[in-house]
Every structure is written in structure tokens, then in C-alpha cells.
Write a protein that binds this ligand. Structure first.
Ligand SMILES: Cc1ncc(COP(=O)(O)O)c(C=O)c1O
Length: 444
């Protein structure tokens, strides 16, 4: 089905989840004593697990065992599952046959791994709208955090100007696929085209992009891609770095230990090639099984359907937000840029108060804060006079979300903005929480 065809029928389809997720009918207690079906609108932080991911993990559990050197049959099955997961993930991102798939804990870990393997003589170029995970790991290299232009079609030119001034042997552009604050999608193909002219490599932080859009790194010419299982409906503690083997194979191991070596003496080690080189210790097999199952489920649903579901929800939310005075989605590039299912709002009331009331009084999980993107948040909201970081409200959704979820959000937001909180709240460990909080906790 083409994207256009998918979009026309999706308004109907977004009435139900595109794929079933665990917890979609979970009742949560409210401070008022009632309960309400939990409306999860914080997918960008951590998405709920796909039902098919949980089934895959449960199917594997009886066969779970040590990998690589165990002599038992279950060890053979677990080793094969780990290898099969790498294959599935490589296919999901359109990896080249010789691309390496390294399992990490999450995107942050994957970017730190990449930062640890770049040759010494490398200049790294990033944008100043990146998540901290793509700002902080690059300290060892010569790094330039480039000012992001207001027009999205000027981004490639900003990189071209910076690349023209690079004097080191190697250059790596490390850029987000979609920002975690505004959901705007970056023009990766244009950035790669410029990088190629200057012989630079490109890494894409797809933590937010991968759950919403297809990525084909070989078609795009992207060298590395990283993402997290827990944002891809597979919250079992695994992330990945997929990409070119050479830098990975030449570098010191990221996680030295058993599994990363061939032979060892007390003062020397013969390191294996990647991925094993960087995966010392016992790997998270269930995490790998989970993330591969999520890749399979999203591929089977079809990238067009995932994107169309996303667009239907985004346009519905945008239209409904127009009903509310003083509520405005923020944007880096303005009208017309492609966005995934993430919206950060300018509000007429403090975001912390609104987020707390939405949760405690309406059963809605949003997020307030600066979203680990302080430079971008200061750019969008300005610098508070006390030197702190601005606080805003973010809603984010995905394949388990429905139009009804967004309607409940908009109507609840309207009530909170109109009447204010109906409960009392206090600051505890820097967060506004109900005080008192009578909500019974589940005994887990
Ligand atoms: C764009 C982006 N990159 C990186 C990260 C870090 O991901 P993780 O916390 O899974 O390491 C996030 C998390 O929100 C993100 O949104």
C-alpha cells in the first residue's frame, strides 16, 4: 500500500492501536479514589512492550541459557537466537552484509561505544539540537556542535561549510534522525550527500526515528545507526550500534572481559573482531530476542502503515490543540517539517503542575522537563532568569496509541488549564507529586 493510500484510510485505523501493546487496558488509580484506563503518552521516553515482543521472550525463556561455549542444547539454541537477532536487526535498518551489529545497553551506550572507537585524528560534527546522549560522549575528539539553522533545507549547507574547514584525517557527522523534543525529522539523505563530498562518515541517532519511520542505511549511505530497545517496544535492556566494521575492529575493546578475547595471558590479550570485541561478559540474550521481535513486528506491520498511523494521530492532535487558548506546539523549523509522534507544548500554566494533574487526576502519563536536550530547550523557551533550564510538557505516542487517547488528553488538558489542579501537590526530590498521595500501589 502506498503512503497516500495508507493515509486516507488511517483516520479510521487510528481508532484502534496499529499493534497490540501490553498494558493498553491497564486501570490506574486517581487521587480522587476512582480509576481510569491508563493513557500512555510518554512513548518517546520508554514505549510499552509489544504483545508480540513479550510472547517472543516468553517463548525463548525455557530455552534460555549461556551463549557461545555452553555444551547444552539450550545453549546452542540461545547462541543461535543471538545470531539470528543480529541478522534481523541488520535487515531492519537495511544494513550492508558486512555491517556489524553490536549489542549495547541503550542508545547512550551505543554512542559512547562509537565515541570510544573513532580514530584519534577525527573531527566530530553534531548539531546543537541533539539529545545529551549525542552531545556528551564526544568530548575526547575535536567536536563542533553546529548551530542548527531555522530552515531545514539549510542544514546540509551548515555541514558543508563546517566540513570545508576540517583539517583532521577523519570526520564523523553524528546527527539525530528526529529530535526528541519537537519530533521533527532531519534530512539525513541531504546530510549524507554532503558528507560523501568531503569523505566524512555519518552516524544517525535513531532512538526516536526507528520506532516511527523505516531507515535503510545502505540506501541512504549512512555509516552507523544506533537505537534503544525500550523505545522500540522492546523494554528488555538492549540497544544496538549497527555499522562499518573497520573502526570497531581497530579499537580497544569497549567492554573488556570474557567473550571479547581469543587467548589471554596475565599481561596480554588477543582481542576478537567486533561485535564480540566490544561485548565482554555475558550478553543480554533476552534483550536481543526482544529487540529483534520488535523489528520483525514493525516490518510485518509495514513502514507505510506505521508512518500513516503516526501521521493520523499527529494531525488529529494538532487539530484538537487549536481548541485550547495559549497552547502551542514548539518547533525548530516551523510549519511543514515532517514530524514523528512527539509534541512539546508551550502552556499558559507551569508544565510540572499540568503533568502532575494529568497523571494524578486523569490517568495520563506525559512528561515534563527539559528532556535531556538543554541546549535545544533553551533555544525554544529561552533562558529562565535564575539560570535554570526551561520546563515544558511533552506528549509522545506510537503504534499502541489511538485517537481516543489523544481526545482524553486534550479534554483533560483543557480542564486542568481552565480550573487548575483539583488536588494539592508538593515538591519531592525535584518533582511535583500529589500530597497526600492516596493512590494504592500494585503489589508486584
Ligand atoms: C534522540 C535521543 N537520543 C538518545 C537518547 C538516549 O536513549 P537511551 O536513554 O535509551 O540511551 C534518547 C532518549 O530519550 C533520545 O531521545
Amino acid at each position: 500500500m502506498s503512503l497516500a493510500e495508507a493515509s486516507t484510510c488511517v483516520e479510521l485505523r487510528a481508532a484502534t492501536p496499529l499493534l497490540p501493546v501490553v498494558g493498553s487496558d491497564l486501570p490506574v488509580p486517581l487521587v480522587t479514589g476512582e480509576s481510569q484506563r491508563f493513557v500512555h503518552l510518554d512513548y518517546a521516553a520508554s514505549a510499552p512492550a509489544l504483545a508480540s515482543v513479550v510472547e517472543a521472550v516468553e517463548r525463548h525463556l525455557p530455552w534460555y541459557s549461556s551463549v557461545h561455549r555452553g555444551a547444552g542444547f539450550t545453549s546452542a539454541i540461545s547462541s543461535e537466537a543471538l545470531a539470528a537477532a543480529r541478522h534481523t536487526i541488520r535487515g531492519f535498518v537495511g544494513g550492508r552484509t558486512d555491517d556489524v551489529v553490536v549489542f549495547t545497553r541503550n542508545t547512550t551506550d551505543a554512542l559512547n561505544l562509537l565515541a570510544s572507537v573513532i580514530p584519534d585524528d577525527t573531527t566530530v560534527l553534531t548539531l546543537d539540537i541533539e539529545h545529551h546522549a549525542n552531545l556528551l560522549p564526544w568530548r575526547r575528539a575535536t567536536v563542533h556542535h553546529l548551530p542548527t539553522p531555522r530552515r531545514i533545507d539549510e542544514i546540509a549547507g551548515v555541514f558543508a561549510t563546517a566540513l570545508a574547514g576540517v583539517r583532521t584525517t577523519h570526520t564523523l557527522i553524528s546527527v539525530t534522525g528526529a529530535t526528541n523534543v519537537t519530533g521533527e525529522v532531519l534530512p539525513i539523505a541531504d546530510i549524507v550527500a554532503v558528507a560523501r563530498r568531503f569523505g566524512a562518515r555519518v552516524a544517525v541517532d535513531a532512538a526516536q526515528l526507528a520506532p516511527h519511520r523505516s531507515i535503510d542505511i545502505s540506501a541512504l549511505g549512512v555509516d552507523y545507526v544506533v537505537f534503544s530497545g525500550h523505545k522500540l517496544y522492546a523494554p528488555f535492556g538492549t540497544g544496538v550500534l549497527v555499522g562499518r566494521a573497520d573502526w570497531l575492529d581497530q579499537a580497544e575493546p569497549y567492554l573488556a572481559g570474557g567473550g571479547a578475547v581469543g587467548t589471554v595471558s596475565v599481561d596480554s590479550a588477543e582481542w576478537l573482531p567486533s561485535p564480540a570485541r566490544h561485548e565482554g561478559g555475558t550478553p543480554n540474550v533476552l534483550g536481543a530476542v526482544a529487540i529483534a521481535a520488535a523489528c520483525r513486528a514493525l516490518s510485518e506491520a509495514g513502514a507505510d502503515a506505521v508512518e500513516a498511523h503516526d501521521h493520523a494521530l499527529s494531525s488529529h492532535l494538532e487539530a484538537r490543540l487549536h481548541e485550547l487558548d495559549g497552547v502551542e506546539p514548539v518547533s525548530v523549523f516551523g510549519e511543514g517539517s515532517d514530524r514523528i509522534g512527539i509534541v512539546t507544548l508551550r502552556l499558559p500554566r507551569p508544565a510540572a503542575e499540568v503533568a502532575a494533574a494529568l497523571s494524578a487526576e486523569h490517568g495520563i502519563g506525559t512528561r515534563d522537563g527539559a528532556f535531556c536536550a538543554h541546549p535545544l530547550m533553551r533555544r525554544l523557551f529561552g533562558r529562565p532568569a535564575d539560570g535554570s533550564v526551561p520546563n515544558a510538557l511533552r506528549v509522545s505516542f506510537g503504534v499502541g496509541s489511538t485517537l481516543a487517547d489523544l481526545d482524553h488528553f486534550v479534554e483533560s488538558l483543557a480542564a486542568v488549564l481552565r480550573d487548575g489542579p483539583r488536588w494539592t501537590y508538593a515538591i519531592e526530590r525535584n518533582r511535583l507529586v500529589p500530597s497526600p498521595d492516596p493512590r494504592p500501589r500494585p503489589s508486584l
